[in-house]
Design a protein around this ligand. Structure first.
Ligand code: SF4
Length: 566
């Protein structure tokens, strides 16, 4: 298939993204400027008509004062008061509409109404006027939301808010009689309450795929275990050795006592890690500053059409930091979540064998010298491995837990060509066999649903991979990520893509697992890219562990298990 990508298309993709962001920014200006225009018009009308609208303020606990809940934020005592509210209304308003655009109107008007209502119920008997209650509400909403969501961008906005309006804190105390500190206090409380209520709506903390590595933090499932099923529902698992020849395995076991000695109907990574290590082991991603032959021109340019390394680069992964520093920061992040761990340094970004042997030695050994690191997981491509490197990694594998993970992505060369992988399936197959022959654990990464691939193609991938001496497989759904060449292609030729729903993908992943040999550990079924970068599929922010729960339930419903068709 003809390759249709060029620098021009990459640039047009970047410009398209810049346009989207610019439009979003302009859109976020509209309402705050409109609101500010209205309050200035009200004040100018008072001046021109020689009237005072102060009695349209909130007068607490009086029926006439109720109208003030709607009108009071529009009225200001004088131009000084108006000016003091204009700048924060614009900055905080734009912040709200830019970052929380889907819930911004809801939040703005709820702050508006709740603040007014609470002031009417609980404030001193006097006319309360001005938009400052809303401003306090916006500031506290943005600040509290950023903290609740633990999103770096939103946290940054929160701290900027504190920096710019930190002195506002004094406004919620009854220090100056002329100031409606009650409006400030009620507004601030309304903002905090709404930040909590809407914590699951609007922008969410970017959750990176690496946070699920490895997946042995999945919560226990609330579904019936296979052993609890009625006896006549139990099935006999018979593995047909003749189909394989690679492994000397022959099982006849009841469902629920799977050949991998786990309780899940697939050979899951979490159970494997628990069986293998007596302590919790966590992968820590490291960006060692490698490049990729598919980007620097030695094999190709522009990279694989779906690739955006940002989707799996944690915040601490920065090649400008030393490997030790990245490990320390990663360990600090995970040790907050889990106790007593050992770690695998996960060389994940780009192609982690794409350098001279000397450089590889320096980087790997640096990671292994960390006292808490017990091994390495090295993500790479088959064409970036050679005998010299294999022999070195073999020597490491004798002392440490080492896995070399190959990006296979598809077993169909036509697809590999179309997605600009610049290597063939045969190269991956050959290198996986060679690596396993050296006694090194091998992994394969595969994407389900690449453009032009049918269900038959996808199941053929499972059958092909199942014939290889693999230790682990990672599969995940195709994700169209902003800023990639595939995003552009998706826009131009959507007919090339199958948009699986979550349920359809679950059934596809189960069909796939049925064809994977039971000795191969399935490390993951899906990937979660940051929602801000994801174009398709939109599965409503489904989390890895939720997906795995649904998949297990579906496997039990279907009465099936990994390797059933292998
Ligand atoms: S997926 Fe891997 S091989 Fe492809 S461009 Fe990205 S880093 Fe390079």
């Amino acid at each position: 298939m003809e390759r249709r990508y060029n620098t021009k298309s990459a640039f047009s993709c970047i410009f398209a993204l810049m346009n989207i962001e610019r439009k979003r920014f302009y859109h976020s200006l509209v309402f705050p400027f409109f609101f500010v225009l209205v309050i200035w018009m009200v004040k100018l009308s008072e001046l021109v008509l020689g009237i005072s609208l102060v009695h349209f303020g909130i007068y607490p606990n009086s029926p006439e004062g109720l109208i003030g809940i709607i009108t009071s934020p529009l009225i200001h005592a004088d131009f000084e008061h108006l000016y003091a509210n204009t700048v924060p209304m614009l900055t905080l308003g734009v912040g709200l509409f830019y970052f929380y655009n889907k819930i911004s109107y809801k939040v703005f008007f709820l702050i508006y109404l709740i603040t007014g209502l609470w002031v009417w119920f609980g404030a001193r008997e006097a006319y309360h006027i001005g938009a400052s209650g809303i401003i306090y509400g916006l500031a506290s909403f943005i600040f509290a939301s950023g903290i609740i969501r633990r999103d770096m961008r939103l946290l940054a906005i929160s701290f900027i808010t504190v920096f710019l309006y930190g002195s506002m804190i004094w406004g919620i105390f009854p220090i100056y009689k002329k100031i409606s500190w009650e409006s400030h206090l009620m507004g601030a409380l309304a903002g905090i309450v709404l930040a909590f209520i809407y914590r699951k709506e609007g922008p969410q903390r970017i959750r990176y795929a690496w946070e699920d590595e490895p997946a042995d933090d999945e919560p226990s499932l609330q579904i019936e275990s296979p052993e609890k099923k009625e006896k006549d529902a139990s099935l006999n698992y018979i593995y047909n050795e003749e189909k394989k020849g690679l492994y000397n395995i022959n099982y006849t076991v009841e469902m629920g006592k799977y050949p991998w000695h786990g309780m899940k109907p697939w050979n899951d990574y979490s159970s494997y890690m628990k069986r293998t290590f007596s302590y919790r082991v966590q992968k820590i991603a490291v960006n060692a500053g490698f490049s990729c032959p598919n980007r620097d021109g030695s094999k190709g340019r522009g990279g694989c059409t779906y690739c955006n390394n940002e989707t799996f680069n944690p915040f601490y992964c920065n090649p400008n930091k030393s490997i030790n520093k990245q490990l320390e920061e990663g360990i600090a992040f995970f040790s907050d979540k889990y106790k007593s761990q050992q770690y695998l340094a996960y060389f994940q970004a780009f192609t982690n064998t794409y350098a001279s042997l000397e450089i590889l030695k320096q980087k790997y050994e640096k990671a292994l010298s960390h006292p808490d690191v017990i091994g390495l997981v090295i993500a790479t491509r088959a064409d970036a491995m050679d005998d010299e490197k294999l022999s070195y990694i073999e020597s490491l594998a004798k002392q440490y837990y080492i896995v070399v993970e190959y990006g296979v992505e598809s077993t169909k060369n036509e697809t590999l060509n179309f997605i600009n992988r610049c290597h063939t399936y045969e190269e991956s197959e050959q290198m996986i066999r060679k690596t396993a022959e050296c006694g090194i654990l091998t992994g394969a990464h595969i994407i389900l649903g690449l453009p032009g691939e049918t269900k038959t193609d996808i199941l053929t991938h499972a059958e092909n991979l199942s014939k290889l001496p693999l230790h682990t497989i990672k599969l995940h759904q195709l994700q169209i990520i902003k800023g990639t060449q595939m995003a552009l292609q998706y826009k131009e030729s959507p007919e090339l893509f199958t948009n699986y729903s979550a349920q359809e993908y679950i059934d596809l992943a189960i069909d796939f697992a049925e064809r994977i040999h039971p000795s191969i550990i399935i490390e993951r079924f899906i990937s979660e890219s940051p929602v801000d970068l994801l174009i398709s599929p939109n599965w409503g922010g489904i989390k890895n562990f939720e997906f795995v729960t649904m998949l297990e339930k579906r496997m039990l419903e279907r009465g099936t298990w990994q390797g059933r068709e292998a």
